[in-house]
Write a protein that binds this ligand. Structure first.
Ligand SMILES: Cc1cc2nc3c(=O)[nH]c(=O)nc-3n(C[C@H](O)[C@H](O)[C@H](O)COP(=O)(O)OP(=O)(O)OC[C@H]3O[C@@H](n4cnc5c(N)ncnc54)[C@H](O)[C@@H]3O)c2cc1C
Length: 431
């Protein structure tokens, strides 16, 4: 049996579910498919190991979709300050005043109530699945992956693993970094694996919820702290947090086999002294990190969004925020196509999506790469340069604040001079 829709979205992760809700609000008939099944929220359960720093821009988008209230009703931790510093011990450090190597941004200074929220990925996805189910025009099909994709002049058809078929004017691949839609459509990727990997560790510590997220840069990679909520009556006086330890695959392999007590000892040794006193490790997982960019976002009746189109180094926590920007952009263009009475796969509209989103995603990828390479070595001139850079960032509050406001989603655009610098970086056209 073949069911007909306007659009088929494969992947109901954060990006696919957001896009389906937005399109449903516009009266577009959408089928949203995911091979996973929904998990219900348990307020007493320990946090999901996958957490994301959602920017103010993402918060606004999720509000417009009606999901933000549900997220707040479950769990979200606002952060009002963000600190970054260079933690490489080096003789040249002594040439600089200690305070020059650290930059702190605060919401007050940027004229905002908060900089963002740390939210567990499963909570954002859960809230979005609730929003999707409120949309009469969206059909959510779970527990079923796709096995085939066919495109012709009038329609695209997706075949599910159980053999049933769905047809529509457009198929959107929001099925993550290993996107099957991308492969079936024959879209290639440019991929670079970083030398570092990331280990995420879910911890409890003694103390109250923090309002700061911080990241210290060591030559082997950054070590970051993301604040989470209170651990409640079950663990009085304790709070959850998430640590990210970037290091070589070999070092992370050593850490992975340690028992939790020994891992706490290693964390105490390796993390900056400002880390609160850890009491418990709940879970740990490591992720390979790679920069990956699809060669095309659009091909015939297929469009890619979110991690299916691009993955970036997570060190500034921008992955899903970029994915939400893709979703917003695509949603707006599809609305225009419908209003004009056009085929929803009309290249006139889809080319604009690629034209708007590719350079924006590429700029953020390059900025992260610059950061990564600048901080992942201890060569004295580079060490000095980055500290002077951090010093300049402290000394130039206007420029610094404009960039910070963009990174945190408070402003839509990077300041023009910074955009121009990033556009001129070597390699911009290769990724
Ligand atoms: C260590 C680490 C830390 C990070 N921290 C942050 C952060 O702080 N802030 C931030 O913005 N981002 C962060 N990210 C990135 C962020 O997690 C991703 O950008 C985000 O999850 C991408 O969302 P997505 O919906 O595009 O894809 P995914 O989350 O991968 O969702 C894809 C969905 O598609 C489904 N699917 C897959 N294949 C199929 C198929 N064949 N058929 C049907 N369904 C399918 C999956 O079940 C899933 O539900 C981090 C990433 C890592 C690795």
């Amino acid at each position: 049996m073949t069911q007909a829709f306007d659009i088929i979205i494969v992947g109901a992760g954060m990006v696919g579910a957001a896009l389906a809700t937005g399109l449903g609000q516009q009266g577009i008939q959408v089928a949203l498919i995911d091979k996973a099944t929904p998990a219900s929220f348990d307020p007493s359960a320990s946090p999901d190991i996958r957490v994301s720093a959602l920017s103010a821009g993402s918060e606004r988008y999720l509000q417009s979709l009606g999901a933000w209230q549900d997220i707040l009703a479950m769990r979200a931790t606002p952060y009002r300050r963000l600190a970054v510093w260079d933690d490489t011990p080096h003789p040249l450090s002594r040439l600089l005043p200690g305070t020059m190597t650290e930059v702190e941004f605060s919401a007050t200074e940027l004229g905002a109530s908060h900089l963002g929220h740390i939210v567990e990925n499963s909570i954002t996805q859960n809230a979005l699945w609730q929003s999707v189910q409120r949309e009469a025009d969206v059909t959510l099909l779970t527990g079923e992956g796709i096995q085939a994709l066919e495109q012709n002049a009038d329609a695209a058809t997706v075949t599910l693993e159980d053999g049933s078929q769905l047809t529509g004017q457009l198929v959107i691949g929001a099925d993550g970094a290993l996107s099957k839609v991308r492969t079936l459509a024959g879209i290639g990727v440019a991929r670079d694996q970083y030398e570092q990997q990331a280990m995420v560790i879910s911890v409890r510590y003694q103390g109250q919820p923090e309002d700061i997220t911080w990241q210290g840069f060591f030559p082997s990679g950054p070590r970051a702290f993301l604040p989470l909520h209170s651990a409640g009556d079950q663990h009085p006086g304790e709070t959850w947090g998430s640590l990210v330890w970037y290091d070589s695959p070999a070092r992370l392999a050593e850490l992975k086999v340690l028992d939790n007590q020994d891992l706490i000892t290693e964390i105490r040794r390796a993390f900056p002294a400002r880390l609160p006193e850890l009491t418990h490790i709940d879970a740990k997982a490591s992720f390979p990190i790679a920069r990956q960019h699809a060669k095309q976002y659009v091909l015939n009746r297929v469009v890619l969004a979110g991690d299916a189109a691009h993955t970036i180094n997570p060190l500034a926590g921008q992955g899903v925020n970029l994915g939400f920007q893709d979703a917003q952009c695509l949603q707006g263009l599809i609305k225009e196509a419908r209003r004009s009475g056009d085929d929803l796969a009309n290249p006139r509209w889809l080319a604009q999506y690629e034209h708007q989103r590719r350079p924006a995603n590429r700029r953020m990828m390059l900025a992260m790469d610059l950061f990564y390479h600048l901080f992942s070595n201890a060569i004295p001139p580079v060490h000095l340069a980055r500290n002077l850079g951090l010093g300049a960032a402290r000394a130039l509050p206007f420029a610094r604040n404009r960039v910070a406001r963009y990174a945190m989603g408070l402003d839509e655009q990077l300041p023009r001079p910074v955009q121009q610098i990033l556009n001129r970086l070597p390699g911009i056209n290769r990724i």
